[in-house]
Design a protein around this ligand. Structure first.
Ligand code: G3P
Length: 214
């Protein structure tokens, strides 16, 4: 399973790269809005730092606007994947962009049939937002599981990015069900790495060493 970092923060991405835990990056307008400075420079820097795909989202709502924006975003780096919201207009834009060889990630997916339509339109990636479904009292991971089943049934090669990941359980379930990718915020990486028994073990081994017979 690939790990993408859900962040537009250069320091966070750099740290994740040093750990070998960044196979790609996903951003969204809210994440970019948190960063000071020119967003295009930030996006270009991320594209040069990261070898894998970097998702950047369009802001327009009409297919024509999205396509125009996507063409401009695609110039920021050869690894740009344009995030297109899951709407009818979005699907139309995905079809056009796919024909132009511009990679797309259909985002804000909340139903398995939306994911099927996104794949049929030609999306390279699809992003089910599992945490936001959990927020509604549903089980977001059911959505990821159903998309995996549907894509397997028809040998669809659109890759699934499990998004809106809130806790290690989401990552564990994604790995168990064979999701292609999870996109994890920086603080989520720490949650995955840390375990109190590891800390306790280090402490007890150190103590044993320091009090050894000499
Ligand atoms: O990858 C999508 C993500 O940025 C949304 O996460 O936590 O705002 O639902 P969240």
């Amino acid at each position: 399973m690939k790990f993408f970092m859900d962040s537009a923060n250069i320091q966070e991405i750099q740290h994740g790269l040093e750990l070998g835990l960044v196979d790609g990056v996903t951003t969204n307008p809210a994440l970019l809005a948190r960063e000071a400075g020119d967003w295009q420079e930030i996006a270009s820097s991320i594209c040069s730092m990261v070898q894998g795909p970097v998702s950047l989202e369009v802001m327009g709502s009409e297919a024509g606007e999205m396509v125009q924006e996507a063409r401009e975003l695609a110039r920021l780096g050869s690894n740009i994947v344009v995030k297109i919201p899951m709407t009818m207009q979005g699907l139309k834009a995905v079809r056009i962009l796919t024909d132009e060889n511009i990679a797309t990630n259909v985002t804000l997916v909340f139903s398995p049939l939306q994911a099927l339509l996104a794949a049929k339109a030609g999306a390279g990636y699809v992003s089910p937002f599992v945490g936001r479904l959990d927020d509604l009292g549903q089980n977001g991971m059911d959505l990821a599981s159903q998309i995996i089943d549907i894509y397997e049934n028809y040998a669809i090669d659109t890759q699934i990015i499990v998004a809106s990941v809130r806790h290690p359980g989401h990552v564990l379930e994604s790995a168990l069900m064979g999701a292609d990718i999870v996109t994890v915020p920086y603080k989520g990486l720490n949650m995955l790495a840390e375990h109190p028994m590891t800390d306790l073990g280090i402490k007890s081994f150190l103590q044993a060493w320091q009090t050894r017979e000499k």
